[in-house]
Design a protein around this ligand. Structure first.
Ligand code: HEC
Length: 298
């Protein structure tokens, strides 16, 4: 075969880099510190991606602390995210609940708010029920009020999963529970018809509102104003709703419907809620009419 002289230098330069790239990824997967050092010394890029992951990501995913530490010391970018579906090296450290790796990365400047697939590292830690991971992230500055793409906070997930310790920790480290302003005095001037239209569009998919309707995904809402909370037979209510004492008052409905996952974390009604006050007032005024004998307006 004839190879033009022109290409020989190119081949010489090109082949070793490819070989070292493969070598460093294989070495990182195996946690082979000597082989990683050799590959780096031979010129492999410390952050070179194998198409999805950096050597640091692979070392962490393999659970190899010494290899991960070496790569960090050799200047690896702890926030590199060549593939957003995999996230940064923090994600496999969390998945393995490896607090040593998590701290190594955070101490080297890993972003405690990095995310993957629309949820933050803190959401991942809560989903994994890892209190130590949650603490490490919060101490490094993770936002305890972060929301997933569909509006779930870490506290909501913790409560829904019955993780009391995680929930208490989050509550004492900066969680803000919004409290909507009182609305009772605005009910008399509400537009009940608009409330009915809103209900049909947003709520009726999960709730029957007539006395004979029975339950759907959510409990029947006939006579809900003045009814004991979480009291319909046949519904498996959340601990949050079961623990909330008393009957449904206008102000309790105001609080709940504002943003169920924000104001009453842990509820099974995982909808964004009705943050607009006028819409919420109209809706509550309509809920009041679902009764043979509506409770008097305040
Ligand atoms: C995706 C389904 C779904 C949608 C949409 C939905 N809900 Fe619910 N709702 C539920 C579930 C499930 C529960 C029980 C929650 C729990 O146990 O935490 C519930 C509970 C309730 C309760 C408490 C009832 C009781 O028996 O204590 C009220 C009030 C309520 N929903 C009103 C509404 C209103 C008003 C809307 C429209 C803005 C709405 N819901 C939209 C599923 C839904």
């Amino acid at each position: 075969m004839r190879v033009s002289l022109l290409f020989i230098p190119l081949l010489l330069v090109h082949i070793p880099i490819v070989a070292h790239a493969d070598a460093i990824h294989d070495a990182a997967k195996e946690g082979d510190v000597a082989a990683i050092t050799a590959a780096l010394d031979a010129g492999a890029g410390v952050d070179e991606s194998d198409g999805h992951a950096t050597p640091l990501f692979l070392a962490v995913r393999g659970g190899h602390f010494a290899a991960a530490k070496l790569l960090v010391e050799r200047g690896a970018d702890v926030n590199a995210t060549p593939d957003p579906r995999l996230g940064s090296a923090l994600m496999p450290a969390l998945a393995k609940r490896r607090i040593d790796l998590i701290n190594l990365l955070l101490d080297a400047g890993a972003n405690p708010n990095s995310d993957r697939g629309g949820q933050s590292a803190l959401h991942v830690a809560v989903t994994l029920s890892c209190l130590d991971c949650v603490k490490a992230l919060v101490e490094a500055g993770a936002d305890v009020n972060a929301k997933t793409k569909d509006g779930k906070t870490p506290l909501h997930l913790a409560k829904l999963k019955g993780q009391r310790e995680v929930a208490d920790y989050l509550l004492s480290h900066g969680v803000v529970l919004p409290t909507p302003a009182p609305i009772s005095m605005k009910l008399a001037s509400a537009d009940v018809e608009k409330g009915r239209t809103y209900f049909t569009r947003v709520c009726a998919g999960c709730h029957h509102a007539d006395p004979q309707g029975g339950n759907k995904t959510g409990p029947n809402l006939w006579s809900v104003v003045g009814r004991d909370k979480a009291s319909m037979a046949g519904i498996s209510y959340s601990d949050t709703l079961l623990a909330w004492e008393g009957v449904w008052t206008y102000e309790d409905l105001n609080k709940y419907l504002f943003g169920p996952m924000l104001t009453t974390p842990g509820v099974k009604m995982e909808i964004p809620g009705v943050p607009d006050e006028t819409e919420r007032v109209n809706l509550i005024a309509y809920l009041r009419t679902l009764s043979d004998k509506p409770i008097p307006l305040p």
